[in-house]
Write a protein that binds this ligand. Structure first.
Ligand code: NAG
Ligand code: NAG
Ligand code: NAG
Ligand code: NAG
Ligand code: NAG
Length: 432
């Protein structure tokens, strides 16, 4: 199939079903506690890093003051280990009063006052993964109502200590219960991750109807091998996963670990670029109080964010796997723009990959190419040889314009010159 055919097929697939709560028309962005702070509840010895309202307030302040919110990073999400081990006398979940003395509603107000949103965590089984009270079938309604009363904006519903039968009832039931509260609450389902992530056990049509995003695969860890495992799984299964995604319904390959300990800067650019190709939610799990300026510049790269947030919401694909261990990924964007990623699995030295737009099935014409990490721009035609130097475990990412409109100036049949019309070739609205 050519590129135009692929675009058409994907668009036809995404316009069919989506959870009707009006939320997450583009992939959500923000910060999520789990990968970096886990279940550290030791506020006596580690007050700055334990799961407590102070941690979420610190991160909210960083998002608000350090330029993250303007870029779209507006969720602050609590994960496991926020509650007491016992429900209250009315059977409601309650936050640990020592670690969350203000309560969850106080936190959501704090977020809302700063243009942020608050996410919370529950589990469809008898217990959460870390042994806190779960939200099994008979608790779905009361917990949904509690979260709405607390003015929470998003729920991650995990699946530890539940079985397939209960999950098949519980995940749709929670979707209904959230809707019934009347409060728009984005809904993240861990369901497919507990069922191997693939049909026939997983029904992506149904997931798109009941969830805004879903985890398909295991938890990310702070290592390059973990990122590689996720990339491998997603792109091996792209024929199943790509059509499942679209506005309001996203595959979630898990958190960004850029800014933590496990990735080099090249690997950090690789995670960011491939998460953008995948139209993935961008939830950072790092310490925004100490994140390095290099990591910050990767996470705050406007053009990568722009690609991730493209309004068509078409998830990209791997289009080439070369013997040289270079892989090429492509994502169609609105206004006939597109994104390309050249990724190296090599472990020797920067590799000069040679290609051209025609080799990548672009039709004949002139295009503007912007290298998103070096900011270099050039105009090429389909047969221009592109020499792309890709570092080991790194990427080069191009933002490619639509075909440029060209005006020819001629007199008496003689060609005098040609020029691009900047008006017609303007970038899509919101770009740069
Ligand atoms: C280009 O199109 C041809 C013919 O449809 C196809 O076989 C090939 O895989 C495509 N190449 C890329 C890089 O998409
Ligand atoms: C609940 O679902 C209905 C119908 O699908 C939809 O119109 C409405 O916006 C939803 N409300 C909320 C709060 O999600
Ligand atoms: C699934 O879990 C529920 C609740 O723990 C239990 O009642 C039910 O028997 C289980 N079903 C299967 C098929 O294991
Ligand atoms: C998947 O879910 C959709 C929508 O709920 C349903 O119409 C379809 O029959 C399901 N497919 C399978 C194979 O169960
Ligand atoms: C395409 O660009 C190359 C240089 O990159 C040039 O040699 C060639 O003439 C151009 N082709 C057309 C049709 O303009």
């Amino acid at each position: 199939m050519n590129l135009a055919g692929l675009v058409f097929a994907s668009v036809a697939a995404v316009t069919t079903f989506a959870l009707d709560n009006g939320l997450m028309k583009t992939p959500p962005m923000g910060w999520l506690a789990w990968e970096r702070f886990r279940c550290n509840i030791d506020c006596q010895n580690d007050p700055k890093n334990c799961i407590s309202e102070n941690l979420f307030i610190d991160m909210a302040d960083r998002l608000f003051e350090d330029g993250w919110v303007e870029l779209g990073y507006n969720f602050v999400n609590i994960d496991d280990c926020w509650s007491l081990k016992k429900r209250d006398q009315q059977g409601r979940l309650q936050p640990d009063p020592e670690r969350f003395p203000g309560g969850i509603k106080h936190l959501s107000r704090y977020m809302h006052d700063r243009g942020l949103k608050l996410g919370i965590y529950a589990d469809m089984g008898t217990y959460t993964c870390m042994g806190y009270p779960g939200t099994p079938l008979d608790k779905v309604e009361i917990d949904a109502q509690t979260f709405a009363n607390w003015e929470v904006d998003m729920l991650k519903y995990d699946g530890c200590y539940s079985n397939a039968t209960d999950q098949a009832m519980g995940y749709p039931l929670m979707s209904k219960a959230l809707n019934a509260t009347g409060r728009p609450i984005a809904y993240s389902c861990s369901w497919p991750a507990y069922q191997g992530g693939l049909p026939p056990k997983v029904n992506y049509t149904q997931l798109g109807e009941i969830c805004n995003l879903w985890r398909n695969y295991g938890d990310i860890q702070d290592s390059w091998s973990s990122v590689l495992m996720i990339i491998d799984w997603v792109f091996e299964n792209q024929d199943v996963l790509t059509p499942a995604a679209g506005p309001g319904r996203w595959n979630d390959p898990d958190m960004l670990i850029v800014g933590d300990f496990g990735l080099s800067m090249d690997q950090s650019r690789s995670q960011m670029a491939l998460w953008a190709i995948m139209a993935a939610p961008l939830f950072m799990s790092n310490d925004l109080r100490t994140v390095s300026s290099e990591a910050r510049s990767i996470l705050q790269n406007k053009m990568v964010i722009r690609i991730n947030q493209d309004e068509l919401g078409i998830q990209g694909r791997r289009i080439l796997k070369e013997k040289s261990n270079i892989e090429v990924f492509w994502r169609p964007l609105s206004n006939d723009y597109s994104a390309l990623v050249f990724f190296s699995r090599r472990t020797d030295m920067p590799y000069h990959y040679q290609t051209s737009l025609s080799k990548l099935n672009y039709t004949a014409g002139f295009y503007k190419i912007h290298d998103v990490f070096t900011d270099e721009t050039k105009v090429v035609n389909e047969s221009t040889v592109l020499d792309v130097p890709v570092n080991p475990t790194g990427v080069v990412m191009f933002y490619v314009s639509a075909k440029l409109q060209i005006h020819h100036f001629s007199r008496g049949g003689k060609l005098l010159g040609a020029a691009f019309n900047p008006e017609e070739n303007a970038a899509p609205r919101g770009f740069l």
